[in-house]
Ligand binder design. Structure first.
Ligand SMILES: Nc1nc2c(ncn2[C@@H]2O[C@H](COP(=O)(O)OP(=O)(O)O)[C@@H](O)[C@H]2O)c(=O)[nH]1
Ligand SMILES: [Mg+2]
Length: 321
């Protein structure tokens, strides 16, 4: 669970809510339609419909079964189950899931420099875009940083990084296409030292068809970082795409087993009704969700707050009644 307090961030909640509009319609509104404002015990039919809504939102089958089980338990003995009460139960279950994940804290003032962040994940999930957003964010917090272009597999990857870097006025350390990603990293660490940079954000390749090479490559990069800087890599962010649903979890497990992950970044939460994936990711991986991507612009990356996430799906004033 993140210790980031969203209530202290002006505008944060409105933005999150906006990004989660489709998910909210998919979960919150549909639950309202099913259980309505009824004052009689919930029927088996309604439970089935609820189950479909929850599964459809990508919250995960196990999670859905747990929630439905609790609702069933609570309605036993003819207890009244209104839409508010259903939502409150779901809220409670979600809070419990996020409490089961590790704590995560955004990099603060940096002592071990360069502070090295690896950004990993399969092709197309949004790694490069996220790196630009992260660099933008950390720079606005006053951190002096460099970006390392270790996705040397595709020429376009470095070009894309250069375009972003230009816009945020940050240097990129790169070599020619096909060079050893660990060698680029070695260079980038040397450059960070020489230029007194506090932070180094590392883009990595994400090709799927030669996965074992990719994993070996990442392990080698990890060894280089660890040898050069104490405690490095200090963060390994795994980027997952919310729109690809449950597939992401299998990938995640592989990255987790190979290089270890300190935090997850879930992208493309805007424009999907499947935002429930965030819950099943947290539940299954037990890893903290560090940031979420809510659009394609530089500003569209926000720290994840489980509380804000739950509040935007099930407003507290309604669910608490
Ligand atoms: N809507 C939306 N699009 C995103 C987000 N993050 C990344 N993208 C888009 O996803 C596509 C792939 O991103 P890219 O950074 O190249 O992925 P990479 O292959 O993992 O490096 C691009 O078109 C990005 O604009 C997000 O949070 N929301
Ligand atoms: Mg990329």
């Amino acid at each position: 669970m993140s210790i980031f307090n969203y209530k202290e961030q002006p505008g944060y909640f409105a933005r999150l809510k906006n990004a989660l509009t489709l998910t909210q319609e998919e979960i919150g509104k549909k639950i309202d339609q099913i259980v309505g404002k009824q004052e009689s015990p919930i029927t088996e039919n309604q439970l089935e419909e609820l189950e479909n809504v929850l599964i459809g939102s990508d919250i995960g089958v196990n999670m859905t079964m747990e929630i439905i089980g609790r609702i069933r338990e609570e309605t036993r003995g003819q207890r009244i189950m209104t839409s508010f009460k259903v939502k409150r139960l779901i809220r409670e279950e979600l809070v419990r899931i996020f409490k089961g994940t590790q704590e995560w804290e955004e990099p603060g003032s940096l002592t071990k420099t360069p502070y090295i962040i690896f950004v990993v994940g399969v092709n197309g999930v949004g790694k490069t875009t996220t790196i630009a957003k992260l660099a933008h964010r950390y720079r606005s917090q006053g951190k002096d940083l460099l970006i390392c272009a270790s996705d040397t597999f595709r020429a376009a990857a470095v070009d894309q990084l250069m375009v972003w870097a230009d816009r945020i006025n940050t240097d990129v350390i790169r070599q020619s296409t096909g060079s050893d990603p660990a060698a680029v990293l070695f260079d980038a660490i040397a450059a960070s030292r020489a230029r007194n940079k506090e932070m180094l954000i590392v883009d990595t390749a994400g090709r799927l068809h030669t996965k074992s090479n990719l994993m070996q490559e990442l392990q080698k990069m990890k060894r280089v970082a660890a040898r050069e800087v104490e405690g490095a890599p200090h963060q390994v962010y795994l980027v997952l795409d919310a729109t690809t649903g449950q597939n992401g979890q299998v990938q995640a497990q592989q990255f987790l087993n190979t290089i270890g992950i300190t935090g997850l970044i879930v992208t493309k939460l805007d424009g999907t009704a499947k935002g429930g994936i965030v819950v099943s990711i947290a539940r299954d991986l037990k890893l903290p969700i560090a940031y979420i991507g809510v659009g394609e612009k530089l500003e569209d990356l926000v720290p994840f707050s489980a509380e804000a996430f739950i509040d935007s799906l099930f407003p507290e004033n309604e669910a608490g009644r």
